[in-house]
Design a protein around this ligand. Structure first.
Ligand code: AMP
Length: 126
């Protein structure tokens, strides 16, 4: 498997503290911050602190501790924005774009947590 990680990508720079972010949550292995161009009233990006490019990279190479931490961080963010159905929220959507067809712009794994309004079709028909 070949995953070339570009350590100059914008999320790597956020993790190193070189550029600011609107932080929502930080855990041992993960960080969450608000998207700079929100597509919903709540739009938070959750990223692992490790150098992983895509979901498949993370799934194949991350430790169990990183996988568990990241999964729980995503759930926690949904709760924090008040969207978790199990806590009375009205729901949310997770998106993890990967590669060219996924139209991934930033080559550091991130899960979009979108909430705060009805989100419509999962994917635009075309
Ligand atoms: P993707 O197409 O899945 O790679 O999405 C990348 C996301 O990163 C987009 O929704 C951007 O608005 C967001 N983004 C880019 N730069 C920043 C930044 N400096 N802080 C927060 N979000 C960002």
């Amino acid at each position: 498997m070949a995953y070339a990680y570009d350590d100059q990508n914008i999320f790597a720079r956020i993790l190193r503290g070189e550029i600011p972010c609107d932080k929502v949550l930080e855990t041992d292995h993960s960080m969450a911050f608000r998207d700079i161009a929100p597509k919903a009233p709540d739009h938070v990006l959750v990223i692992p602190k490790g150098a992983y490019v895509t979901w498949d990279h993370f799934a194949a190479a991350a430790s169990d501790a990183e996988l568990a931490d990241f999964t729980r961080a995503v759930g926690k963010v949904a709760e924090m924005v008040g969207a978790a159905p199990g806590a009375g929220g009205e729901g949310f959507r997770l998106i993890a774009n990967a590669g060219q067809n996924g139209v991934q712009e930033v080559p550091h794994l991130h899960v979009h947590v979108l909430a705060g309004r009805p989100l419509g079709w999962m994917v635009q028909p075309r």
